[in-house]
Design a binder for this molecule. Structure first.
Ligand SMILES: Cc1cc2nc3c(=O)[nH]c(=O)nc-3n(C[C@H](O)[C@H](O)[C@H](O)COP(=O)(O)OP(=O)(O)OC[C@H]3O[C@@H](n4cnc5c(N)ncnc54)[C@H](O)[C@@H]3O)c2cc1C
Length: 514
């Protein structure tokens, strides 16, 4: 059992990396996945297959269902993460949305000079096949299909949202993946005929027949095995037994929660914390599990006219990206209309009657606050402690306040007259002052599902950097991390496209020996 490469986690990044590395028939690749695999499309369970009802997938049987503290005023929230081949791309909302050029240029300024926008663009193009745009910005030959709903396919509430935004002065934008994108536009999506095209479908199906590629599902990685500072294998639990798989290079792609967890379980992380939970220190790296980033989100809830929509109605069709008034961070807000009884209801919004509801949600991009992940014990099966720590920074609350007032303005626009009946939450009393609205936000904020940054990429001079810009773990040999955890900061967009791009780019480094 010795492989050239062992990839731990078959999610957005891991499935991409394993598929690309196994293109070389002379290299053996082992891909380990804790969740199940469904190689036959006809037997793919509905929660993974049917992409329009994200609530059904996110809180269904293929989620790890972690738990996190979000603010002091709220009870802990369930944090969905995909547990199946495809990882979170197998349960997500399928918005295939890139960050803006400044996101990647900032990564470059922070000492990752191979990650500026012009460096990452070829890898965004490599991953996708855009059905709507064929030009220098978009790819046409990659595995992930991208398309946008045409206006004649929009549901009435999507059309009302677009009209309200344009009439309030926001830019009418054709393509959110254009580098100059801002304003209201159709969502770029990796959904085809209602099917969620995860990385299991788009990437792994390209590799399954290769004799040099081995995929083992239902196998839980417990720790990376080291010989001194050199990673030599992965200890796993499979069917109740323990095994060690040996590899020349270990690539940890278990996602922004499980990758730092696995490093910590392996003795790589803040030394004091490792000693606290009884794990021998292999290598001290204070940044492991720190710098937890996300997009805090809150939702204005309206009671809507008519019957509840079909639970599989085409969803997430339009969105707004803009710069909050007086903010120095461009495009730091996303506002999205949501069918709250079917498509993508946030966990903190409770609906316990049979009425129809529509939400207008605000997701803060480039929140300045950071959270953290820590182990509760040395037991690999115990979930880590997660603190998302929203609104630690007053500027984050201030921007969300403004955005919630904009959501209300959009929902009260005449274009929604036939669609929305009345506003349910926040009520008028929550809006009388900034303090009242802050209090409402502290009680009504959830995740956009974009956890990232917990093994951040940066030069060795940055003591909080966990990996260098080629994904190599600082101070150790033969081990890389490659997934959403290595983003130095969360980009101003949903994270799937950027994570797959990271997979493509790190696979390229590995293949070319860098
Ligand atoms: C409900 C939801 C909705 C979302 N909607 C969108 C959206 O619309 N657009 C968008 O761009 N982004 C969205 N995201 C975010 C996006 O899907 C993620 O950022 C991205 O998939 C993360 O990829 P990753 O490779 O870092 O981790 P993942 O895709 O989560 O992959 C990690 C993999 O590692 C496996 N694993 C974990 N621990 C172990 C272990 N110990 N041993 C073996 N295997 C292990 C997991 O089971 C999983 O398969 C959403 C996420 C969720 C959860």
């Amino acid at each position: 059992m010795r492989y050239d490469y062992i990839v731990v986690g078959a999610g957005s990044a891991g499935a991409t990396i394993a598929t690309r590395l196994s293109e070389d028939p002379d290299k053996s690749v082992l891909l380990l996945e804790a969740g199940p695999d469904y190689p036959d499309f006809d037997h793919l369970p509905d929660d993974l297959k049917l992409g329009n009802n994200v609530f059904f997938s996110a809180y269904g049987p293929h989620s790890w269902a972690y738990s996190a503290r979000v603010t002091a005023q709220q009870t802990d929230l369930v944090i969905p993460r995909g547990k199946a081949t495809g990882g979170s791309s197998a349960i997500n909302g399928q918005v295939l949305y890139r960050g803006i050029p400044e996101d990647y240029d900032r990564w470059s300024e922070w000492g990752n000079d191979e990650w500026g926008y012009t460096n990452v663009l070829p890898f965004f193009r490599r991953m996708e096949n855009d059905h709507d745009f064929q030009d220098d910005w978009h790819g046409t030959e990659g595995p992930i299909p991208v398309r946008r709903y045409r206006p004649d396919e929009w549901l009435p509430h999507s059309a009302a949202f677009k009209d309200a935004c344009v009439s309030l002065g926001f830019n009418d934008d054709a393509d959110q993946n254009h580098p100059e994108s801002t304003g209201v536009s159709p969502r770029a999506r990796n959904t085809l005929d209602g099917v969620r095209i995860s990385t299991a479908l788009a990437y792994l199906n390209l590799a399954r027949h290769r004799l040099n590629f081995t995929l083992r599902a239902n196998v839980h990685a417990c720790r990376v095995v080291f010989d001194g500072n050199r990673a030599v294998g992965v200890e796993v639990e499979s069917g109740g037994d323990r095994f060690v798989a040996e590899g020349n290079q270990i690539i940890v792609s278990s996602g922004a929660i499980a990758s730092p967890q696995l490093l910590l379980l392996s003795g790589v992380g803040p030394a004091d914390h490792l000693r606290e939970v009884g794990i021998p220190v292999v290598h001290e790296l204070p940044g492991v599990g720190q710098n937890l980033r996300d997009h805090p989100s809150a939702c204005v809830l309206f009671r809507a006219a008519g019957d509840r929509p079909d639970p599989q109605a085409a969803a997430i069709q339009v969105g707004l990206r803009y710069t909050i008034e007086d903010s120095y961070l461009r495009n730091d807000m996303q506002i999205t209309p949501l069918l709250m009884t079917s498509e993508h209801r946030p966990a903190q919004v409770v609906i316990d009657d049979d009425e129809n509801y529509i939400g207008i949600s605000a997701g803060l991009q480039l929140a300045l606050g950071k959270g953290e992940l820590r182990l509760k014990s040395s037991d690999p099966s115990e979930y880590p402690y997660l603190d998302y720590n929203y609104y630690q920074e007053p500027f984050d609350l201030e921007r969300m306040r403004k955005a919630i007032r904009t959501c209300i303005e959009i929902g009260e626009h005449p274009s929604y007259r036939e669609i929305l009946l009345d506003r349910v939450n926040p009520v008028d009393a929550d809006l009388v002052s900034d303090a009242a609205l802050d209090d409402w936000l502290m009680r009504n904020t959830g995740t956009s599902h974009h956890v990232s940054g917990t093994c951040k990429m940066g030069p060795s001079s940055d003591e909080m950097a966990v990996v260098d810009q080629h994904g190599r773990v600082h101070g150790l040999d033969n081990i890389r991390v490659a997934d959403a955890s290595i983003m130095p900061d969360c980009i101003r967009a949903n994270t799937n496209a950027t994570t797959i791009m990271i997979g493509e780019k790190i696979a390229d480094y590995i293949r070319t020996g860098r």
